[in-house]
Design a protein around this ligand. Sequence first.
Ligand code: SF4
Length: 406
Amino acid sequence: MTPVMEQAKKETEKPKKSNDISIYVHIPFCVRKCPYCDFNSGVPSSEDTFFYYTDAILKELDLNSELLAGRKLVSVYIGGGTPSVMPSMCMGRILDRISDIIHVDDDTEITMEVNPGTVNKYKINDYVKMGINRISLGGQSAVDEELRALGRIHTAKDLKEAFDMFYWGGIDNISVDIMTSIPYQTPDSLITTLDTVTGLHPRHISAYSLIIEQGTPFYDKYMYGNLALPSEEDSYYLYKLAQQYLTSKDYKRYEISNYAIYDGKGASSGKDFRCVHNLRYWSRGDYLGVGLSAASLIGDHRFTNTNELESYVSAPGRFRSEDMILQTTDAMAEFMFLGLRKTDGFMISDFERDFGMPIDEVYGAVMRRHIDAGVAERVKEEDDERFYLTDTGLDVSNQVMCEYLF
Ligand code: SF4
């Protein structure tokens, strides 16, 4: 270990970067468990579960009121699971409690994940009234055969109807998730999905590849050779096809899997629909996660709630599956591999502000190697420099990013 790394390793506390904070609320309930999903989510045992889980979230928010009070709330993200399965009254109580504790501005981004098969115009009306201003619709595909193969509860028609209901109901900042490498997916069927989804004109699209996770029914089927997945080569082709299609339609790719209407001129232009909440994750901004298995990062304190529902509701925020102060070396590595997920990468001065040392003393050699290999670039920007991965680098980002670990 070099003297620089030794010095960095000894450091455990750093000055707070900003007063901004985000809140993540995890709702672990779904109508039915999809066979590919390894998220901490499941079908609630009864309607009562929603209410006692909501009470637990409120308690955890109260517990953190000192941490939140007086800070600037930049974003709230309600994810899951399927938050839209909860009665909207529960969601209203959670958002009310947040605004009792911390000031919620008109420009605070408040996103909720929605399964297209779980909404109606009454619920949407409630969401608008409670201040939700961004929706992330789990569309995945606009081809019914693929949706059935994924075990989703919605159809392509449900996706279009849900989108229209939100749009005409008053929430026009809508993101749609789509998936590549779905069983039976072909380039033509992916084009059908892309045509349908872009035809709705969402502000934001996330395009993920299906990953077969151990412990899921898909994994077992895959191991027994019973899952009609595209080959590795075809999967890569589908992933690139989605990328080329979306960028040809005015969506800017701003992160490995995320695309948005974005003119690069800042929020004031009215054309920056990148997800504020996720950008904060990738920039290592402070965020508090509440709910089952929710993770938080406050300064360099990382902690994650238990993933056992009983333990969580018995003492919200008390049982943790992870609780640690990150060593500076770990925080540096995290800065690099989160920052490099963004197509714009990061400013060199941000690293030096956060860690109080020149980036070249820590990563100079590996950065130069990546630039020489054509997977990264370092460019001057006014009196600063920007470092980012090229398209080739983003294609092999897992291998590239590993090299920033100590
Ligand atoms: S709806 Fe989403 S969170 Fe729920 S099981 Fe399906 S993929 Fe997982």
